[in-house]
Ligand binder design. Structure first.
Ligand SMILES: Nc1ncnc2c1ncn2[C@@H]1O[C@H](COP(=O)(O)OP(=O)(O)OP(=O)(O)O)[C@@H](O)[C@H]1O
Length: 993
């Protein structure tokens, strides 16, 4: 290349950079979000399913036209089956009648158009084993008279249509293909000439380059600025290729492998590749296939500056027509892992990605790069049902595992989760940009209609309907300059040509000098790499020991924090104990309250008893008084009657008797009154004596309760204030000290120490690279800082996570305390109200007692008035007066009678004297005359007896009066005896009362 050309080339490369930078600027603008297209393809029942007589449970249109798939999993029939069927909605549904052509037109066709326009596109087939994924994606890839058969799948159709379209557009273009396989988590280049699909040829296998995935997302996100700023500095020292690196470049590559690929390095590397290719372009020749990626990055991503992943050592083959593409496809398929299983005679045991890269002329010298990724995933399978054993079981396990991760990625994307587990499997890493990235994506879920696979069909449909919600942000691909593209291709061709020539001319293992040198330099670089790895291991182990020290310190810190937490726990326990104490006090108070209630009940019962006794007393009093009065009346009347009957009133001295009676009555009544009064007074006295005692006891108790309450309330308030103080202290501590114990400084200190150590050692050994190493150390420092910050935050998070339930419990305890507080207040108020109520009740009962006492008093007063009533009783007095009058009359009558009797006696005496005289006169005469005279007297006697009472003896004139007086005395005696007996009796009654 001439100097002029070189200049032009350099100018162009700087133009490329500008152009790429401009494009980068454009790419970062987020495009509109687009849901990925999801189609379901249901094949007809295969022979195996028909043989098993497994019924059709999936309901799909025969060809297409619906967006819904329903599956009857219940075993119902008719309308019930339709109603209970599970339904899934997707974008397109194809039935058994849908042809390969239709699937291409409807699903892959629109993406193909976008691919031509410059978008990166992905078509994925997903489903259970033997449902037709490979049939859909590849189908019959052979050409028949230059034509594809009806069974040709998406890849052959894309290849054919691509060249047809490009030819029609008459635009400059370059098309490359790559074909990779992911088998048991191992990536393999299916187009690598050293790969024969099996490991039997170990000799060839050792020349087969191992594919490695790098991704640049982390580096892009974090280091883009520093990467841009350091780009110009490092350009001059750039290596030619990853296989031809200086120690520094090798170190960089090592970092690429261990970490991710930062933009700076990627761009440096791009630039280096460009430069080296510019320099070596003079050696270029032509070849049919091109290894464009011997150590060069490859990407399934839309562009190198976005979240792409890079597959190191992947070969891309330049194709100029569809036939070449189909040949590559067939070559790759031969190497693909296929095995016969119970479910499928040609079951694909791996995931494959056939990538077509199109460099299409955009304007002038610029070519737009776009990629079409055609992904045929291995089928999920139920190992029990597929009967996979040994190798097949291992494959199925790996397939299921990667599909499971794919499912998790889909779920995380749909749920817009913060972390998408792309890195959990190589499959998801490869598909990273097609799911939620910058690619236009279509997913075809293939299913079987048979009942026997309904479980897996449901799972596939579940994923498909979920995946429908994944949103991508499609972006147009990057640009590349035409001459660089051409030079790249030419250089690769030349290299391969020289290899071919060497192979032709010699026997054994033949390769070009360059290739041999490259391999040697590879070997050297690997050796260096191993050495550096060893050194790095040492450095890392020293770092590790430092980190271990840090860890120890962190442990100590954690320990101290633990002890602090312990002390907090103790505080909390103390608070708990206080709470328990309060609870006990509460219990005591409630016990006391119960006692008080019981006491109140006893008091009420006593009051009731008193009331009852009062009533009984009243009744007894009434009965007694009424009985007394009655008996008094009866005695009076009976005595009067007796007197009447016995003519006691004949006695002259009845007045004193009546007076005596009156006196006795009055005395009796007075005694009664006195007794009643005494009784009442006694009762009232007792009551009044007992009442203050009772009230005093109640008041005392109430006072005690009040004191206890005040004490309890005070202690509660104190405890609560203690708790709140502790709370504030804890808060303050958490705010000021918790996890702020200079951890950051400590970590900074360690980082600085680490940094210093690294710096010291590095400066000792590599002084020439001091500047570079400083940068590196700076970067390390940042990384360490970042890692340590992450670690610290992780520790903090963990600690906080551990602390969280305790904090919640602790906060809850405050709620409980508040609750307890409010309960206390409520209880206090309730108690106060109850006490007031008790007081009121006592007041009311004392009022009512006072009332009843006053009523009793009134009654007693009334009974006091009974004497005066008796005195004022006119009827009684009238009767008494009448009695006295009657007595006076009787007395007069008796006196008259006595007088008349005396006169009669006198008469009788006269008669007697007369008779005596007569007898004396007749004594001297004859006995006959005497007898006459006796007869005469006897005749006279009846008339005498009619006038005077019969006289027993006539010894003296006072015999009748004597008889009467003796009678009177006997009556008096009887009366007085009766009276005495009555008195005695009444006294007895009073006594008993
Ligand atoms: N829609 C279809 N029309 C006709 N034949 C089909 C259809 N789908 C699948 N088949 C046939 O079913 C068989 C299994 O299909 P295929 O190998 O594509 O399944 P697969 O899903 O890729 O299975 P695996 O996951 O085990 O690789 C093949 O013989 C294929 O021709």
């Amino acid at each position: 290349m001439s100097a002029e050309n070189q200049n032009t080339s350099q100018e162009r490369s700087s133009n490329i950079n500008n152009s790429v930078n401009t494009q980068i600027g454009r790419y970062t603008v987020p495009n509109e979000e687009l849901n990925i297209t999801v189609a379901v393809r249901c094949r007809g029942r295969n022979e195996r399913e028909i043989g098993m007589k497994s019924s059709v449970v999936v309901n799909v249109p025969d060809i297409t036209g619906s967006k819904e798939v329903s599956i009857n999993t219940t075993g119902d029939t008719g309308i019930t089956a339709q109603m209970n069927a599970k339904r899934y909605t997707v974008d397109k549904v194809f039935g058994p009648g849908a042809s390969q052509d239709l699937i291409f037109d409807e699903v892959a066709g629109p993406l193909f158009q976008d691919f031509i326009k410059g978008y990166n596109c992905t078509v994925l087939v997903y489903g259970m084993t033997s449902t037709g994924k490979t049939y859909t994606m590849t189908g019959d890839e052979k050409l028949y008279n230059g034509e594809l058969s009806d069974a040709a799948g998406i890849i052959p159709r894309v290849l054919l249509k691509l060249f047809d379209t490009l030819e029609l557009q008459q635009n400059d273009y370059v098309v490359k293909c790559s074909f990779i396989e992911l088998y048991n988590e191992e990536l393999k280049d299916l187009l690598d000439s050293n790969s024969n699909g099996s490991s039997s040829n170990a000799f060839e296998g050792q020349f087969m380059k191992k594919l490695r995935i790098f991704d640049s997302s982390t580096a892009n996100n974090t280091n883009s600025n520093s990467a841009n700023s350091s780009r110009s500095n490092s350009r001059n020292s750039s290596p030619r290729s990853l296989n031809d690196l200086t120690p520094k470049a090798a170190f960089l590559r090592k970092r690429l492998r261990t970490k991710s690929l930062p933009n700076t390095i990627k761009q440096q590397y791009q630039q280096q590749t460009m430069n080296s290719r510019n320099n070596s372009s003079s050696n270029s020749g032509s070849a049919s296939n091109i290894n464009t990626n011997n150590g060069q990055k490859s990407s399934l991503a839309p562009n190198d500056q976005s979240n792409g992943i890079y597959i190191q050592n992947l070969q891309e083959f330049h194709i100029t027509n569809a036939m070449e593409g189909l040949n590559l496809l067939q070559r790759g398929l031969k190497h693909r892992q296929v095995a016969s299983t119970k479910m499928n005679d040609f079951s694909s045991r791996s995931h494959t990605i056939f990538t077509i890269t199109l460099y299409k002329k955009h304007q002038d010298e610029l070519f737009r790069i776009s990629k079409m990724n055609l992904v045929d995933l291995a089928g999920s399978e139920n190992i029990n049902r597929s009967g996979a054993l040994n190798q097949r079981a291992k494959e199925a396990g790996s397939i299921n595992q990667s599909l499971l991760t794919l499912g998790r990625v889909i779920n995380a994307l749909v749920d817009k989760s913060g972390h998408i587990p792309f890195r959990e499997s190589k499959l998801t890493r490869l598909l990273q940009d097609s799911l939620g990235g910058n690619t236009k994506t279509a997913l075809i879920a293939t299913i079987s209609p048979a009942k026997v696979t309904s479980e897996e069909t449901c799972s596939t449909l579940e994923y498909a309907s979920k995946a429908k919600n994944i949103k991508n942000k499609p972006q147009l691909g990057a640009f590349i300059m035409k001459d660089i593209l051409v030079k790249n291709i030419t250089m690769e061709l030349a290299k391969i040509k020289s290899d071919l020539l060497s192979t032709k001319s010699k026997e054994g293992i033949y390769m070009s000098q360059d290739h041999y040198k490259n391999l040697n330099s590879d070997l050297e670089s690997y050796k260096n790499e191993v050495q550096e790895c060893k050194r790095e291991i040492e450095t890392l182990s020293s770092k590790n020991s430092l980190l271990l020290k840090d860890k120890l310190k962190s442990k100590e810190t954690i320990q101290s924090q633990k002890s602090q937490i312990e002390s907090l726990k103790t505080t909390i326990d103390h608070l708990k104990a206080q709470l328990d104490k309060q609870h006990k006090t509460e219990m005591e108070i409630s016990g006391f309250n119960n006692k008080l209630q019981k006491l109140t009940e006893v008091m009420q019962a006593t009051l009731q008893d008193y009331k009852k006794r009062e009533l009984d007393l009243n009744k007894a009093f009434e009965t007694h008084i009424s009985q007394e009065i009655k008996s008094l009346k009866t005695t009076l009347f009976s005595q009067l009657n007796d007197m009447q009957q016995k003519n006691i009133f004949l006695e002259t001295n009845i007045q004193p008797n009546l007076d005596i009676i009156k006196k006795e009555v009055l005395a009796l009544m007075e005694t009664m009154q006195e007794k009643a009064e005494l009784m009442y007074k006694d009762c009232v006295k007792k009551f009044l004596n007992e009442s203050p005692k009772f009230f005093n006891i109640i008041i005392e108790k109430i006072d005690i309760i009040g004191i206890d309450f005040r004490r309890f309330y005070k202690s509660t308030a104190e405890n609560l204030s203690d708790i709140s103080e502790e709370n504030n202290n804890l808060k303050q501590y958490l705010k000021n000290h918790f996890f702020k114990n200079n951890h950051q400084e400590l970590l900074n200190h360690h980082v600085d120490a680490t940094y210093e150590n690294i710096e010291k050692k590095t400066s000792e050994f590599v002084e020439n690279f001091k500047k570079t190493l400083n940068d590196h150390l700076e970067e390390n420092k940042k990384l360490i800082m970042q890692n340590l910050t992450n670690a610290t935050s992780a520790v903090i998070d963990q600690e906080m996570d551990l602390f969280e339930p305790k904090r919640i419990k602790w906060e809850n305890s405050f709620d409980l305390i508040n609750k307890c507080d409010s309960m206390n207040n409520e209880f206090y108020n309730n108690m106060a109200t109850t006490l007031t109520q008790i007081k009121n009740t006592v007041d009311t009962s004392s009022d009512s007692m006072n009332k009843s006492i006053s009523v009793m008093k009134g009654q007693v007063e009334e009974s006091e008035n009974a004497v005066s009533l008796l005195k004022n009783n006119t009827k009684f007095n009238d009767q008494f007066k009448q009695l006295i009058n009657k007595h006076a009359i009787l007395k007069d009558n008796i006196e008259n009678s006595i007088t008349s009797t005396n006169s009669h006696i006198t008469n009788v005496d006269d008669i007697y004297n007369t008779i005596e005289n007569i007898i004396k006169n007749y004594g001297n005469k004859e006995n006959v005359a005497k007898n006459e005279m006796i007869d005469n007297i006897l005749k006279e006697i009846p008339s005498l007896t009619k006038r005077m009472p019969l006289r027993i003896s006539n010894t003296n004139g006072n015999s009748v009066q004597n008889a009467i007086s003796s009678k009177k005395h006997s009556i008096e005696d009887e009366n007085s005896a009766n009276e005495n007996a009555d008195d005695e009796e009444s006294r007895k009654i009073i006594k008993t009362e």
